[in-house]
Ligand binder design. Structure first.
Ligand code: NAD
Length: 186
């Protein structure tokens, strides 16, 4: 299956690499040009045992690509995983600006049914805010492809992230009961 992962930080990079190693065709996008250039050269911007070998293997097998191009990333897959940071804001609450920016970016480019899956750690109600953002941008573009917003928080631990991703002790998925979304995710 084609999969896009948005954000090549700890969670995004590990998820992208592990999805590719499971056999999916993955595009991983970030706005940080330095990070993407490093990854394209085969350098790994984070320390995670085993990650470098998996990146090498899956890039060589052409199942894993890194890009800065959002149009390409959105066109690549109906499954769009958001894995950008949610640092605490001045009140200590998760700052959703990057998540909402990505939702807007996806909606700027999407042209067919798309499932937007949030892997970032976010508060209750975020899926509605993501859906509102997407709806507003699609309305502005005058297009109406269907979409679903799904929550799939990640619980990996740095240093054991590959093992945690590949053999999780729990997988949490929250979605409105949309058969097309659940069919793609299952
Ligand atoms: N690090 C962990 O162990 C861990 C574990 C579980 C959950 N989480 C959660 O996962 C989420 C991501 O955490 P992380 O540690 O991977 O963050 P991170 O800061 O390492 O990476 C976030 C990445 O997103 C990129 N980004 C920001 N805006 C973007 C945009 N508009 N388009 C594309 N890329 C963009 C940044 O350049 C950065 O590379 C957070 O919500 C965090 O709380 C983290």
């Amino acid at each position: 299956m084609n999969v896009t992962v948005i954000g090549a930080g700890y969670v995004g990079l590990v998820s992208a690499v592990c999805f590719a190693d499971l056999g999916h065709n993955v595009v991983c996008i970030d706005v940080d040009a330095r990070k993407i250039e490093m990854l394209k050269r085969g350098e790994v911007p984070i320390y995670e045992p085993g990650l470098s070998t998996l990146i090498e293997r899956n890039v060589a097998a052409e199942r894993l690509q890194f890009t800065l191009d959002m149009a390409q990333a959105v066109a690549h897959a109906q499954l769009q995983f958001i894995a950008v940071g949610t640092p605490p804001d001045e009140d200590g609450a998760a700052d959703l600006q990057y998540v909402l920016q990505v939702a807007d970016n996806i909606a700027q480019h999407m042209g067919r049914f798309t499932v937007i899956v949030n892997k970032s750690t976010v508060p209750v109600g975020t899926a509605d805010r993501v859906a509102d953002k997407v709806r507003a941008r699609l309305a502005e573009r005058g297009v109406s492809p269907a979409y679903a917003v799904v929550s799939n928080p990640e619980f990996l631990k740095e240093g054991a992230a590959i093992e945690d991703f590949m053999r999780p002790d729990r997988i949490v998925v929250g979605a409105m009961p949309t058969p097309r979304a659940t069919a793609l995710l299952s």
